[in-house]
Design a protein around this ligand. Structure first.
Ligand code: PMP
Length: 434
């Protein structure tokens, strides 16, 4: 199961032409040991790597594949659409149908603008919020990721309100300064910021189910305070549901928490594995968006017919087959198995889950709610755990701070097998038997 010669050869070759050997950084396995597995093919809950290993996958391309790899109906929809042309650069029925589905699923959505990635969706939603409010300041939370556009690549030290420092080289300080970073789970910090700067704030963007720095589940009261303060001060609340959309509920976190944002961003599941993002909301702000209004946004491949077909079929199947309730049961099954295991051991570990998302919080006994509550040794322990899982044929994200994804292709037997592998791998990680 561990033979990886071919992957190693390919990785060496890749590094000659791709920076770090990859097209997106986390894939390079820098945060864990070993070599990235080159994927040859994937089907259902498994992929096969270049050496012929069959791996039970809990990454699922980081979220889009809620139906599993190469779902036959999704593939058929894509093939059918591709036969009618790959891109038109003109309106097509698919984008109308998919927008209608989004509006039917998500509370308060009347208008949808498609993009080709989650990054573009977040970037454009913020531009729209700035255009609508006539204000410049953006607020984000430490530990939330909203893609790699300049103004969003800003993190902060813990604790008090921090005016943004870029967290990537190449982001101008002047751009970062327009972003204020707050800690999650901290209502007093929110209150203070709005008291002092409420009238400058165009938008607050948040992952309502933060899933990019571990799974930092928030209290409903925190999200509600955010809703109340933004409303009171005329700032727009943007829910980034690129991961949580169509996953934690068909109506995303808005449905789960009963809180409506002013704008919402999507990606991943919405494209069913094809490159799609979208920002959406009630009709009024979209009157300001080109071609109706002065806020410019565009895309050569936006509303791409093949991508629309993949997303449309994915959403149809989610509804038709009641996929989300089944994934909740599957997630509960995994949570119960890990819970039983943790009750028998005194391991410094919390298992965190929301619907079909899960996360092992190494070094914590309770689920952390903010990035600076994650134990400093988490990454090192996760590195050992990750290698032990991979050796046993279970593929987890190659980073301690990324979450696991269950898909409709996982069976109860897959979950039970994974739970056994996790038990062995944890025993190896922490030393001692089970
Ligand atoms: N927002 C969130 C919450 C995300 O998880 C991601 C990607 N993981 C993005 C935005 C950016 O999406 P993309 O990678 O499609 O640009």
């Amino acid at each position: 199961m561990t033979a990886d010669e071919r992957s190693r050869e390919l990785f060496a070759r890749a590094q000659r032409v791709l920076p770090g050997g990859v097209s997106s950084p986390v894939r390079a396995f820098r945060a864990v040991s070993g070599t990235p597995r080159f994927v040859a093919r994937a089907s259902g809950a498994f992929f096969e790597d270049a050496d012929g290993n069959r791996l039970l996958d809990f990454v699922h391309s980081w979220g889009p594949l809620i139906l599993g790899h190469a779902h036959p109906e999704a593939i058929a929809a894509v093939q059918d659409a591709a036969g009618r042309g790959l891109t038109y650069g003109a309106p097509c029925l698919g984008e109308v149908l998919l927008a209608e589905q989004v509006a039917a699923c998500y509370p308060g959505v009347e208008q949808v603008r498609f993009t080709s990635s989650g990054t573009e969706a977040c970037m454009s939603a913020i531009r729209l919020a700035r255009g609508v409010t006539g204000r410049d300041r953006l607020v984000k939370f430490a530990g939330c990721y909203h893609g790699h556009s300049d103004g969003l690549l800003v993190a902060a030290g813990s604790g008090a309100v921090t005016f943004g420092q870029p967290s990537s080289a190449g982001v101008p300080a002047g751009v970062a300064q327009l972003t204020t970073v707050l800690p999650l789970d901290d209502e007093p910090a929110l209150d203070r910021l709005f008291l002092q700067h409420g009238r400058e704030i165009a938008a607050v963007i948040v992952e309502p189910v933060p899933a990019n720095n571990g799974l930092l589940l928030q209290r409903a009261a925190f999200l509600q305070r955010l809703r109340d303060l933004t409303q009171r001060h005329g700032a727009m609340l943007i829910f980034d549901e690129v991961i949580s959309g169509f996953r934690v509920a068909l109506g995303g976190a808005a449905e789960r928490y009963g809180i409506r944002p002013d704008l919402v961003t999507f990606g991943k599941i919405l494209g069913g594995g094809m490159p799609v993002g979208a920002f959406a909301g009630p009709r009024a702000p979209f009157q300001q968006l080109a071609p109706l209004g002065p806020v410019y946004q565009a895309g050569t491949l936006s509303g791409n017919p093949v991508a629309m077909a993949a997303g449309l079929r994915t959403l149809e199947i989610l509804r038709r087959d009641a996929v989300l309730p089944r994934l909740e049961r599957l997630g509960q099954r995994l949570e119960d198995a890990i819970g039983t295991l943790l009750a028998r051991h005194d391991w410094p570990l919390a298992f965190v889950r929301c619907a079909s998302l899960f996360w092992f919080a190494f070094g914590s006994r309770n689920a952390p709610r903010r990035d600076d509550a994650i134990a400093p040794g988490a990454a090192k322990a996760y590195g050992r755990f990750h290698a032990a899982c991979l050796q046993r044929g279970v593929y987890l994200a190659p980073s301690a701070f990324e979450v696991g994804f269950l898909s409709a292709a996982h069976t109860e037997a897959d979950v039970d097998r994974a739970a056994l592998v996790f038990a062995d791998a944890l025993a190896e990680t922490f030393g001692g038997g089970q």
